[in-house]
Design a protein around this ligand. Structure first.
Ligand SMILES: Cc1cc2nc3c(=O)[nH]c(=O)nc-3n(C[C@H](O)[C@H](O)[C@H](O)COP(=O)(O)OP(=O)(O)OC[C@H]3O[C@@H](n4cnc5c(N)ncnc54)[C@H](O)[C@@H]3O)c2cc1C
Length: 271
């Protein structure tokens, strides 16, 4: 069977930390479809593409064959019409992410022409505050939502609660700090779980996002208790964090949303 052509080009690659990168991808000779912030696209590379030397070697030699494809949340604004940005972590034993990390600006890859997903801001009623909880690259869909909506949504409160292992793993930190300085409606609360490994003593929040939620810091900052009546919660990233957060939020009356049972928690599970 004929392989789909590698129909897009990497135009920028930023290494955030070892095994963590931001890449920009531009379709070659075709237009990006419109999308809603929070949706994902599919990236693909052939098995014979090179692998990052940070990754594990593959156990079995690769046979040429079908493209390896995976879903990636779009981090760029849906108003940016020329490129898509992705925030990717290296899964050392993985099939596609080591190949994505090998790419350099100018290299080609496959970008699925269809953009889909229901993890979108338009699920949340506009009169509710939005609490975005993430670990690691689970931040990607929120970057798209904030870059697209924050400037135009005066009066609606947004908060990002972001967990990472180290301070250097807090991708988009400068941009989020700037957003917080420019927008009175935006609160950014990063927290790291391995402060002892910091090269200089860590003075920020230490622990897990779960503890951050329990600490009541957001409540104190907002001057009211987040509840299903006034807020919606988005969860994205590590599946263990998602399940623990759903349990914790249930105590405050939040329930996971589905089409059948509308609720106040929206979830994107990466694996
Ligand atoms: C809707 C959706 C959106 C996604 N968006 C992103 C994104 O924005 N950025 C991103 O880096 N990944 C994202 N992923 C995960 C991505 O699709 C791949 O699963 C990931 O890159 C691993 O692919 P792989 O071929 O290297 O590993 P595989 O050979 O497919 O191995 C999969 C295993 O890798 C682990 N894994 C998968 N994703 C992660 C992760 N993010 N962090 C740590 N371990 C992981 C899990 O143990 C999983 O079982 C998303 C997944 C979905 C379903």
């Amino acid at each position: 069977m004929a392989q789909p052509e590698l129909n897009a080009v990497v135009t920028q690659k930023i290494e955030v930390a070892p095994g963590l990168m931001v890449i920009r991808v531009v379709p070659d000779g075709w237009d990006l479809p419109r999308f809603a912030p929070g949706q994902f696209a599919v990236l693909g590379l052939p098995p014979e593409a090179g692998r990052s030397n940070l990754a594990d070697a593959e156990d079995t030699p690769v046979k040429p064959g079908k493209l390896i494809r995976r879903a990636y949340s779009i981090a760029s604004s849906s108003k940016a019409r020329r490129y898509l940005e992705f925030y990717v972590t290296l899964v050392h034993s993985g099939a596609l992410s080591p190949r994505l990390f090998y790419l350099q600006p100018g290299d080609r890859l496959w970008l699925g022409p269809k953009i889909t997903g229901t993890f979108t801001l338009d699920q949340a009623p506009t009169d509710k505050s939005v609490i975005m909880v993430a670990t690691g690259t689970g931040l990607a869909p929120y970057m798209s939502m904030l870059r697209t909506e924050l400037a135009a949504s005066a009066g609606r409160r947004f908060a990002v609660l972001l967990g990472a292992r180290h301070s250097w793993d807090l991708g988009y930190h400068s941009e989020l700090v700037t957003m917080e300085q420019l927008s009175p409606d935006f609160t950014y609360m990063p927290i790291i779980s391995r402060p002892a490994e910091e090269p200089v003593p860590w003075t920020g929040r230490a622990g897990y996002v779960l503890e951050l939620w329990k600490s009541g810091e957001l409540e104190e900052c907002w001057g009211e208790t987040p509840s299903p009546e006034n807020s919606r919660v988005f969860l994205c990233g590590n599946p263990a964090m998602i399940e623990d957060m759903i349990g914790l939020l249930a105590a405050g009356g939040f329930t996971e949303h589905s089409r059948k049972n509308p609720g106040s928690i929206y979830v994107e599970r990466y694996w």
